[in-house]
Design a protein around this ligand. Sequence first.
Ligand code: GTP
Ligand code: MN
Ligand code: MN
Length: 411
Amino acid sequence: LVDETEVEVFSVPSYACQRRTTLDNHNNVLAHALSLLAENAELEDEDGRGVAFRRAAAVLKALPKPVTSMMQLRGLPCLGDHCLRVIKDILETGTSSEVEATKQSERYKALKVLTGIFGVGAKTAARWIRDGIHTLQQLRDSGHTLNRAQQAGLEHYEDLHQQVTKAEADTIGEIVERAVVSVLPGAQVVLTGGFRRGKLTGHDVDFLITHPVEGREEGLMPKVVSWLESQGFLLYQKTTRNSYLESNDGPARPASNIDRFERCLSIFKLIKEDKHETKQLGKLSENGLETPEDTCSSLTHVQTDPNPATPSCAKGQIHSGEDTGHRLWRAVRVDLVVSPISQFAFALLGWTGSKLFERELRRWAGYEKAMSLSSHALYDNNQSRYLRATSEEEIFAHLGLEYIPPSERNA
Ligand code: GTP
Ligand code: MN
Ligand code: MN
């Protein structure tokens, strides 16, 4: 018999941005179960419920030991009745009936497949399901009009569902760096997102680009995209201004009348670094990376295709090697962001993640400090002024938070 007074009761701060959350944790099974319920809520376009489950999962990830008894959870933040029921179920029976039922449900499966297409969100998926579409094949057969992103997403579905390795991320980093310094010498590229937090794989690769002289970065993104396109590295790209969450976050973006194109969602054509191929391409590879066109032409002696996104190149047998069973390239999702140096620290913090960590930083700023934080700036509502920062450490200090390094932002 366990004396109740001997049970170790856990305690963690309320906001994920006050906690150190590493990639490894002591409660993977519980956190994973709650994350699945979060995902399901998000798939149902119920973001409020989704965040509640994400916060609960993050609390479990931050605990110093495995949970063995419900009593240990007394007084922990973010664990509502629903979450406690799920945890209790798993502690007592080894699984959660709700999680298992969700995984088996046809609706969850269909929503997951359809939103798994790049360019398809929860609302679109729900609409298609109402039209009786549950699978990729049914979507292809339906004759529904797809936008450009969705067409690319469907075409590269399998590739985009293969995890990207750190080695692939580094190869893409070299290409992006070459593009950036070619069009603007002195510009700098930083790997952000999950890889900056120490993840070994990711669903995409995220880069932040800046130049040490304020203003030099203006107009950079279209030039970088043109360079990459001219070298045949892009299967898809959409360049936009970054308007993510700015509208409901108050004046967190300094006034600017220059409509900057600062964000590019893309799909890269990455040449696979297969030993066999490297041998064949040894000569070409010596002086750095060969472009997709170089590779295609040198291997097959066919005319190069100026546009890699045309069907002949993207799907053709020569390029895909479908008849021989292995292709020489794969599609990889890549996000590029350009920031002026004055906003760089905010952009770096905002694009490093995790998504929940970012959300909690903004919630902390708003509720606890009367400040609004974005990936452009930090505004102090009490002082009615922007707070400058040239490093992430300074931003944490402005927010009255202990500095948390990227590897401990895996909430
Ligand atoms: P994986 O890619 O799955 O490995 O994880 P990740 O953490 O890198 O996720 P993701 O690439 O989706 O996002 C990286 C960071 O960019 C996260 O902190 C997001 O909050 C942030 N992010 C994503 N989309 C936007 C956006 O539109 N604007 C801004 N400012 N940030 C974004
Ligand atoms: Mn990412
Ligand atoms: Mn991303």
